[in-house]
Design a protein around this ligand. Sequence first.
Ligand code: C5P
Length: 221
Amino acid sequence: KKNLQIAIDGPAGAGKSTIAKAIAKRLELFYVDTGAMYRAIAYKALNLNIPLKQEEDITRMARQTDITLEHSEARRVFCDGLDVTEAIRSPEVSRSVSVIAAYPEVRERLVELQRQEAGRGGVVMDGRDIGTYVLPDADLKVFLTASSEERAKRRWLELQQSGKRLSLDEVQKDMEARDHHDQQRAVSPLVPASDAIILDTTGLQVEEIVERILNLIKNKP
Ligand code: C5P
C-alpha cells in the first residue's frame, strides 16, 4: 500500500530507532525520528543558556527554530542549518529533553512538522505519542518495550561506542527518570495507543523483531 503509515512508540532504549530504520529500508518508506526534534530544541536551549524551566522562553525559541531531518542514509539532523546529529545524543541533552517535551506549545510546533513529514508519503515514525496523537490513523501501531536492565544496557553500549564514559548504573537512572517524566506529563504522555500491538523485545534479536513487524503488516486486512 502506498502512503503506509507505521507508528512505533515506547520508552527509551526499547530499540525503536533501530527497528524503525530497518523497516523503513525494507519497505522503502521515509523514516522520521521525532525524538531528534525534541532533542534539537533541548540542545539549542542548553546552548543558548535558556533555563529549562522558563516555559515561555523555550516555547518562543522553539517557534523560531528550523529543524531538518535528512532522509538519506546518513540521516543527519540540522538545527537552524547547523549539523547537530552527534550533539543531540549527549547525556546532557538526554537529561534535559523530557523537561522541554512536556511543554504543550513546543509539542504543537513539532507535531506540525511531523505531520508535514508524513504528508510526503509512506512513513515509519518513532517516538512517544505517534500512535496516540501524531498519526492516530496509522496502518500499524507498535509499542516496543523491554526490561529496564536490557534497555539500559543497550543505551550504555551505544554511548560507549560513541566514546561517552558513563556507568551502566548512571545510564539506567537517567533513563528511568526520563521515562517517568514522559509517562507523567499532562500532554501526550508515553502510553500505548488502545489499538497498538505491544511487543516485548527483551532477549530478541533486531532481525526477529523486524520480521515480526513485517509479518504484522503483511497480515493486515
Ligand atoms: O526517542 P528519543 O529517546 O530520542 O526521545 C527523546 C525525548 O524526546 C523523549 O524522552 C521524550 O521526552 C521526547 N519525545 C516526546 N515525544 C516524541 C518523541 C520524543 O516527548 N514523539
